[in-house]
Each structure stands twice: as C-alpha cells, then as structure tokens.
Design a protein around this ligand. Structure first.
Ligand SMILES: [Zn+2]
Length: 134
C-alpha cells in the first residue's frame, strides 16, 4: 500500500524548505547567529532566540531514533496501514518526524541507517520520507 502524500501547510517561514522538496533537496535552517541547525523549518532560532537563518542542504541521511508501526490509520491514512511513523535523527543533528517506507516491518530497528526519498504531493512540493539503507 502506498502512503498518501497530503500537501503541507506552506507559510512564508517554511516556504524555502517546501520549495526545496520540489527539487529533491532537504533544506535545513542554520542560525546565522549561533550556527544551530534546527527543525521545524522557520526563520527564528529556538536555541538563541534570534531571527535570521541560512538554508543549508542536508545530506538526506540519518538514523531511526524511534518509531511506531500503525496497523490501522485514520483520515487520509485509513487505508494505508500498516505504516511506520518515526523520528529520524539527521546526520546534521535535528530529529524530524516522518515515515519510514520500503522497510521490512519485522526487521526495522532503532539505529537503522536511512536515506531520504521524496513523495510528490501534486501541489508543487513533496514530503520527505526515509527508507532503509541496504
Ligand atoms: Zn541561534
């Protein structure tokens, strides 16, 4: 079963991030003041409280920090189960909530290496999801 790819809510703060996904790029805001690389994408740094970020392109690789298998979803995901909801810790540091796709659910484990894939929403952007590195 293919996961649905509902379009995100795009606003001026996160638009650079979502525009990047249309080009297959995972962009992260890096604080111009303290250098912190943050998640969720916004122009305000939660670490030092200053405005102003540079958008850097992440490698798109990371590890499974934690995950849950949803056997039966709701709403857009009612027919999508079973699927994996996870936090992936990017190699750049931030942990992002996402889905793990193309995985053997019986073997998926915390600490597994994953790499980003983009699922087109059909509305000018794509959802970053992750698949195991085999
Ligand atoms: Zn900062």
């Amino acid at each position: 079963m293919t996961l649905p790819a509902p379009a995100p809510i795009v606003n001026p703060e996160n638009k650079p991030f979502w525009d990047g996904t249309a080009q297959g790029k995972l962009l992260l805001p890096k604080c111009q003041n303290c250098g912190s690389i943050n998640w969720y994408p916004k122009v305000f740094c939660p670490e030092c409280g200053k405005f102003g970020v540079d958008w850097i392109e992440a490698a798109g690789t990371g590890t499974v920090y934690t995950f849950a298998i949803t056997r039966r979803g709701a709403g857009n995901y009612a027919q999508a189960g079973p699927y994996v909801l996870a936090y992936v810790e990017l190699d750049e540091g931030p942990r992002i909530m996402t889905n793990i796709v193309d995985a053997d659910l019986e073997k998926l484990a915390i600490g597994d290496k994953v790499t980003v894939v983009f699922h087109d929403t059909g509305e000018g952007n794509a959802l970053p999801r992750f698949k195991p590195v085999s």
